[in-house]
Design a protein around this ligand. Structure first.
Ligand code: RIB
Length: 311
């Protein structure tokens, strides 16, 4: 089973021509309300790839929280580990998406900030399960979970999104760390990791992987992903070659990548193959509006995989 400890948000998406400058008021096209939160998004992406997934986190005891969980259950995600908190609202994200599909996101964490590591019992922290986390739930609970996973021989994977400070000791116990370019730069700054060589993306992820002594994956948008192991051995994987007009909304593309990657690994694919699936899922997520609403099912991802990588 894949256990996702993470956030559950209602996403309010505002399509705009351009992002407002400080002090500027702009009009949006009609806004949409959809289901999001990096934890819920990654759980759904993993489930759509065929993984057995349990989401652990928290919502308010409100209508929108209940609706989002019903939707996840219909998609096969187990939600019995999600707390319904009376004194907190469900997390909310205000998302503006511009004409090029780029986004800006503001989050009000709500119940996500009260999600607790002890919602995951020791009995399911085993070596046959994988733990997947992001940074929209409290960092001290994420660190504790990483240590608990390590003690129990459980594989733990962290997507450092959004970028926040986290201890080196916890990071060194992960199996994989997944970051985008902004998160990688933040992490390097926090832990004094120097980007030697030409200072390019490859050098940066190699430096991070060597410092942490684990496998690190850098997602580079249109350029695909770069993985480095602790020795600095690199694996480049391309994204789908999308035209500018195919890119509708990049919201949640990183979550599609992470959920798909972990589900592929859990299904015992080799990492090379898992990264190809993840890049296809992440690219496809940019071609439709919203986060969860843009995620492809296994069949579609596999169809493209077989076309790109015939045996
Ligand atoms: O990664 C995209 C997600 O970030 C959105 O769904 C939003 O809820 C925020 O968590």
């Amino acid at each position: 089973m894949i256990i996702v400890f993470g956030s559950i948000n209602v996403d309010m998406i505002f399509p705009v021509d351009h992002f407002p400058a400080p002090g500027e008021t702009i009009a949006s096209k009609p806004h949409e309300i959809s289901y999001g939160g990096k934890g819920a998004n990654q759980a759904l992406a993993a489930s759509r790839l065929g993984g057995k997934v349990a989401l652990v986190g928290a919502t308010g005891d409100d209508d929108i929280g209940n609706r989002m969980l019903r939707h996840l259950r219909r998609e096969g995600v187990t939600t019995s580990g999600v707390a319904h908190l009376k004194d907190h609202p469900t997390g909310t994200a205000i998302i503006t998406v511009d004409k090029t599909g780029e986004n800006q996101i503001i989050i009000s964490g709500g119940a996500n900030l009260a999600a607790a590591e002890d919602q995951i019992p020791d009995e399911i922290m085993t070596d046959s399960n994988i733990l997947l986390m992001q940074m929209e739930t409290p960092t001290d609970h994420i660190e504790t979970l990483i240590h608990r996973a390590d003690e129990n021989g459980m594989r733990a994977i962290l997507n450092l999104a959004p970028a926040k400070e986290i201890s080196l000791e916890a990071l060194q116990k992960l199996e994989y760390l997944i970051v985008n370019e902004t998160e990688a730069a933040f992490l390097a700054e926090q832990h004094g990791i120097e980007n030697v060589g030409d200072g390019n993306d490859e050098d940066l992820i190699i430096a991070i992987a060597k410092k942490l002594g684990i496998k690190c994956i850098l997602t580079c948008g249109k350029k695909g992903s770069i993985m480095s192991d602790h020795n600095g051995t690199i694996l480049n994987t391309p994204a789908l070659p999308l035209e500018a007009e195919d890119i509708v909304d990049t919201t949640g593309a990183g979550d599609a990548f992470c959920g798909t990657f972990v589900a592929a690994l859990h299904s015992r694919m080799y990492v090379e193959e898992a990264l190809k699936y993840a890049n296809i899922a992440g690219s496809l997520a940019c071609t439709k509006k919203g986060a969860q609403s843009s995620y492809a099912y296994f069949q579609k991802i596999e169809e493209i995989y077989n076309m790109l990588y015939p045996e």
